[in-house]
Design a protein around this ligand. Structure first.
Ligand code: INI
Length: 156
């Protein structure tokens, strides 16, 4: 069965312009996500000069910045990096929900890949596990997912 038309994305790319929005909150975790994303993008063929990093206070602020970046038309794809950790704060739900919904909205309204690498965890240990230890690095994963998605979207 090879007679269907298959569209899929390669895992390396040329000439891609990438925007990354990074939350400062829980910086000790988020900086590892950024390092992972930059490393994967570079190894996948993205020129470091074609990457723009914008820093914002917290995860709640990520969608607005990415909306502006998407509207500029300057980027082939975007990544959101942050860590929302429940701990003892009830603010958690509002921040996580607002961020997730906002990111999905930016992606669909601008028809642009927006990769959500904002960790939402119960505690700091789980966040550390996902930022370069036991459970991998979600920032690195986001870099690979973005390259694949830009390649898919370029064919649609
Ligand atoms: N922002 C985060 O990025 N992570 C969190 O865990 C977090 N908590 O727990 O409150 C958080 N809050 C700040 C929020 O993102 C906004 O910066 C703030 O509400 C101002 O709009």
């Amino acid at each position: 069965m090879t007679d269907y038309r298959l569209i899929e994305g390669k895992l390396s790319i040329e000439g891609a312009k990438v925007g990354i929005a990074v939350a400062r909150f829980n910086a000790f975790v988020v900086e590892s996500l950024l390092a992972g994303a930059l490393d994967t993008l570079r190894r996948g063929g993205v020129d470091v000069a074609d990457i723009t990093v914008v820093r914002v206070p917290g995860a709640f602020e990520l969608p607005l910045v990415l909306d502006k970046m998407a509207a500029s038309g300057d980027y082939d794809g975007l990544i959101a990096l942050g860590a929302v950790i429940r701990g003892s704060t009830t603010h958690y739900e509002a921040v996580a929900d607002g961020c997730n919904k906002g990111l999905a909205q930016v992606s669909l309204e601008h028809s642009l890949p927006v990769i959500n690498a904002v960790l939402t965890t119960e505690n700091i240990e789980q966040a550390i596990e996902r930022a370069g230890s036991k459970a991998g690095n979600k920032g690195s994963e986001a870099g690979g997912v973005l390259i694949e998605m830009i390649n898919v979207v370029r064919q649609l």
